[in-house]
Design a binder for this molecule. Structure first.
Ligand code: ZN
Length: 344
């Protein structure tokens, strides 16, 4: 069973009673009293890679609505199922896939480094945003200066034909073939605002505009382009600027290093490498602590049947005006069951 998209999800069990045995109510991060009686809370194992799937191997046999409008449950012919975001409803930040959205070229942004904020908080995974390593293996070349060139990504060893997985949920922005460079390249833009690049592929299974899920097979590893030996050249970019992918992913174990990433402008430099010697960790410890404290103070309410902004405000000792400010909504906005409202 595929439980990978399922932190704090309310699930109407009548539809698929057979999976109830697999589900445990072990989440303690949200207030259970705020959920409908039939809700079941499923904890996603943090940071571990989720399950993978290849759309070529399975057929969709049915789609079942969940108790949240923004989510459907899709059943496959191999008896697996997964949550699929209804993107017409559940869009976290619409501008991600409209602004600087160019399917015709590699570089879609034209943002200068000095125009980026000094630091930004990126939620890599949360309720619906899951994670899967692109490929698991030995790092053969790190991000940073390499002879006279700058290596903009991380190289990971693989065998030609090994599956390559989408790292996070998102949409394919561009695919191309560059004989003297990337070879077969796939670029995916993610809900969290990052873009990931997968290069030297022997095969690509997706095209620009395709929505992809974390763990979905998007192609096969190879040795195309400027490459000696099969490997994945993997980049992570924010508004066009690269930083060391090893800051986020331990490619040897395949795990994500953190759920929330404090991306600092100083990282966008080939001389800023992820290191395990903790110098930098200590240096940024104070700042991270401050941000963690702020993050810990944040509280959410999951909308249940009959909720109004007024009632949520009273129950959380706040005001409707404050709720509107925190969530960027209007007093007249319609609440959806399952919607996450920030209350503090
Ligand atoms: Zn490389």
């Amino acid at each position: 069973m595929n439980l990978r998209k399922t932190l704090t999800l309310c699930l109407a069990m009548f539809a698929i009673g057979s999976i109830s045995a697999q589900v445990k109510t072990i989440n303690n991060t949200i207030n259970k009293d705020s959920l409908p009686e039939d809700a079941i809370i499923v904890k996603r194992v943090p940071l571990e890679s989720g399950e993978s799937f290849d759309p070529k191997d399975v057929l969709v046999v049915d789609t079942i609505p969940s108790s949240s409008e923004g989510l459907s449950i899709v059943l496959y012919n191999d008896n697996t199922w997964r949550y699929v975001r209804n993107r017409a409803i559940d869009v976290l930040d619409e501008t991600i896939y409209t602004q600087n959205w160019d399917t015709t070229k590699i570089h879609a942004y034209n943002v200068e480094l000095k125009d980026l904020p000094m630091s930004m908080v990126i939620d890599l995974v949360d309720t619906l945003k899951s994670y899967h390593y692109p490929v698991k293996g030995r790092v053969t070349s790190k991000y940073g200066p390499r002879r006279r060139r700058i290596h903009q990504g991380t190289d990971i060893d693989l065998e030609t034909g090994d599956p390559i997985y989408a790292t996070f949920d998102g949409r394919v922005r561009h695919t191309t073939y560059i004989a003297r460079g990337y070879g077969n390249l796939i670029i995916i833009r993610h809900d969290n605002g990052l873009e990931t690049f997968y290069a030297h592929l022997s095969e690509t299974n997706v095209k620009p505009g395709d929505w992809v899920t974390a763990g979905q097979v998007i192609g096969k590893g190879g040795n195309t382009g400027r490459s000696t030996g099969s490997h994945l050249h993997y980049e992570i970019r924010y508004k066009g600027h690269t930083f060391d992918p090893e800051r986020l992913i331990d490619f040897t174990t395949g795990t994500l290093r953190r759920e929330t990433f404090l991306l600092k402008r100083t990282y966008f430099s080939p001389y800023s490498r992820f290191t395990q010697d903790f110098d930098e960790e200590v240096q940024s410890d104070e700042e991270d602590k401050k941000i963690a404290k702020e993050a810990a103070a944040i509280k959410y309410h999951i909308v249940k049947r009959g909720d109004t902004l007024g009632r949520i405000a009273i129950n959380n000792h706040t005001t409707v005006t404050k709720l509107c400010q925190l969530n960027g909504i209007k007093k007249t906005s319609t609440l959806r069951i399952g919607q996450r409202i920030r209350v503090r």
